[in-house]
Design a protein around this ligand. Structure first.
Ligand code: GLU
Ligand code: MG
Length: 660
């Protein structure tokens, strides 16, 4: 989830005093690295996936299911191999926000060979086995986006009670003991976000209104120890959640790409940004929160609200007095500007950025677009800081830059190379929800990686006004958006570059002339996900484009079979022939004999659902409405030749391109 610095965490008051210092030195650190590394070229496009897992205990006798709080113990074992063999470990393990979560990535990045698509699923399977080996009886790792009864009564093992009047979260529902216990960063973020905002976060999720759902849906929060503040904050007809854990305690599937150089990185950042809402909708996997069926299908808005540390002034509820900016998004949200020259004229939302920092960067030789991007990230305060790390050497350290960068949790992240490494400029694709099985996760990862290949090889252009990407995000949250949502999408993806007449208006980075905006408005149209993936009229469709690409490059038969299976899954999800995980969960809940049509997901329903998820993740059952019949790639059925290829590549390049 970001930078892990060892040391003594400062209080919010102390951190606040250092905010300008952190920003000032963060910018100096960025400038130093930028000039050192801006001309860096790498051989090929490396990439890697990140999967966040939950540790789940199934009490089969009592039909109860709990999140197991033992990440520290599990991580200690998982990280042993990496510590003993820093250059030879199949997986890399990192802590995540919750004490019931761990995050795993492949030990080495994948590289330019098609054959690497054969390794993704096998590596994921291996990771799952590695966690399983660290767990006790009836405990399983689940790649589950949101635990359906998170915050509903006792949901952890050991059983912990929340402490509404004290501690880091002060939540009515989520105990501090469920936050990662190994590193102070996670507690500190939780407390400082609450204190910076001036009150608890208030996450409002529209409830799914079924026949017997209480209407209006209003909960008596005094039963949880509320002193009235939460009751005031909670909106009727919404499921109310009140701390960071509800968001950052959710899991996702991310993919990091290393670009050949900084410009290719910026191009990829821009081209993938419009795909974020689309892939969020297609991977949607989380319709249940705190034991209630809701009217959203995925986690995005929940996390955005869960780390929203903006004050009332910044949110526009009070005139600006103490704060410097009105800010229209949370720290966790979709990106607000494009970074490449091609994207320049599509930056049509007013970007809040720190003018002084912008000037400083420009004076330091950084171009307008990148300066504005960084000056936008730097409108935020550092939200956790460690006393030992305040004084830094700006030519060697990057902690202050990373402090701000890594607490801007946006749909895409543009990542400068870490100092003193062989890693290049990278972009991280962050919106996807994690799927239950390794097969599905491998399919989503393969799809997005192949799409980057197609984008770069065919010079495709998906860029539409950034305001439309924001609108698409809102569409993507809705139930069954993958089936019935209509998304703004580029009509002609073969336009190679921005129309020359549009470039004149770019002084301000915004489309300032109505006429030019109208031209841009002709470039996109509303499409369903089915149309985006399979094409319509003169739009080719993403899947046919990828298939064409595969048929034009050298690819062994075995890899081709694997990749086609993955594309088949994605294609069937996009056409609606298969359910999204979110739809499948909705159907499971509403068809359960215990379900009373009141939106309540009881302990028994939750247990049965989790038991089913366990079987899906272990490949023990077929679920034809969710997953196609397929052969699972395991380490054993990867042909030797492919493993050798991978090994040789590993030898050549010793370091990981993954971000964590
Ligand atoms: N778990 C977060 C999510 O679901 C991401 C945390 C991270 O940045 O690693 O989006
Ligand atoms: Mg993570």
């Amino acid at each position: 989830m970001g930078l892990l610095t060892e040391g003594t965490a400062l209080s919010w008051e102390e951190t606040k005093k250092q905010a300008d210092h952190v920003r000032k030195h963060g910018i100096q650190q960025f400038l130093y690295q930028y000039h050192k590394l801006k001309d860096l070229c790498n051989e090929c496009l490396y990439w890697g996936d990140e999967v966040e897992y939950m540790l789940v205990k199934l009490d089969r006798a009592n039909k109860q299911c709990r999140l197991v709080l033992k990440a520290q113990q599990v991580l200690k074992k998982l990280q042993k191999r990496e510590q003993e063999f820093p250059n030879d470990h199949p997986s890399t393990w990192r802590p995540e926000y919750a004490e019931y979560m761990v995050e795993g990535t492949p030990g080495k990045p994948y590289g330019g060979l098609m054959a690497h698509f054969n390794l993704v699923e096998a590596n994921m399977k291996l990771r799952r086995e590695e966690i399983q080996n660290c767990l006790g009886a009836n405990e399983v790792p689940l790649s589950l986006t949101v635990f359906p009864r998170i915050g509903a009564g006792i949901f952890t093992e050991p059983a912990l009670k929340p402490t509404p009047q004290k501690g880091y979260s002060q939540s009515l529902f989520f105990p501090d003991g469920a936050i990662n216990q190994g590193h102070p960063r996670f507690h500190t973020l939780t407390r400082n976000i609450r204190e910076r905002r001036g009150k608890k976060v208030a996450i409002q999720i529209p409830v799914f209104k079924d026949e017997n759902t209480q209407s209006p849906f209003v909960e008596d929060l005094s039963q949880y120890g509320d002193d009235g503040t939460s009751q005031n904050a909670a909106l009727p007809d919404h499921v109310y959640l009140d701390c960071m854990g509800f968001g950052m305690g959710a899991s996702c599937l991310q993919v990091t790409f290393q670009a050949c150089n900084i410009n290719e990185g910026r191009e990829l950042y821009d081209q993938l940004a419009p795909l974020c809402p689309i892939l969020l909708a297609l991977s949607a996997a989380s319709p249940v929160y705190r034991g209630y069926l809701t009217d959203i299908d995925n986690r995005w808005t929940v996390i955005a609200q869960s780390v929203d540390d903006r004050t009332d002034e910044e949110r526009g509820l009070k005139p600006l007095k103490e704060n410097r900016f009105r800010i229209n998004k949370s720290r966790y949200d979709s990106i607000s500007s494009y970074l490449s020259p091609q994207g320049r004229c599509y930056n049509d939302i007013p970007l809040t950025y720190d003018k002084e920092i912008f000037e400083e960067l420009k004076k330091g030789g950084v171009d307008d677009l990148l300066s504005r991007h960084v000056a936008h990230l730097f409108i935020r305060d550092p939200i956790s800081l460690f006393s030992e790390k305040i004084q830094q050497n700006d030519e060697e350290d990057t902690d202050h830059f990373e402090n701000i960068q890594s607490t801007n949790w946006q749909t895409m992240r543009f990542k400068p190379p870490p100092p003193n490494s062989t890693i290049g400029w990278r972009v991280e694709f962050r919106p996807m929800e994690v799927q239950l099985s390794d097969f599905e996760n491998a399919a989503y990862v393969t799809f997005i990686v192949l799409l980057t290949r197609v984008i770069l090889s065919y010079r495709l252009n998906f860029i539409i006004p950034i305001s439309k990407v924001d609108e698409n995000m809102k569409t993507a949250f809705k139930p069954d958006a993958a089936l019935s949502g209509k998304f703004y999408f580029k009509k002609d993806v073969f336009t190679e570059s921005t129309p020359p007449e549009a470039t004149e208006c770019c002084e301000t980075m915004m489309c300032c002339s109505k006429k030019k905006c109208e031209k841009i408005d002709d470039e996109y149209t509303l499409m369903t996900i089915d149309e985006i993936f399979h094409g319509k009229a003169d739009f080719p469709g993403l899947i046919p484009l990828i298939k064409q690409y595969i048929s034009n490059i050298e690819c062994d038969v075995d890899t081709q079979c694997t990749v086609l299976q993955y594309l088949n899954l994605i294609s069937k999800r996009a056409s609606g022939e298969l359910n999204t995980t979110a739809r499948w969960i909705r159907n499971f809940v509403t068809a359960h004999p215990d379900y009373k049509k009141d939106s309540v997901v009881s302990e028994t329903i939750c247990f049965d659902l989790m038991e089913k998820c366990e079987k899906i993740s272990k490949n023990e059952i077929e679920v034809p409405e969710l997953i196609i019949p397929h052969t699972t790639k395991t380490v054993d059925n990867i042909p030797d030749a492919i493993r050798t290829l991978y090994k040789n590549l590993e030898k050549k390049k010793g370091q990981t391109a993954n971000g964590h």
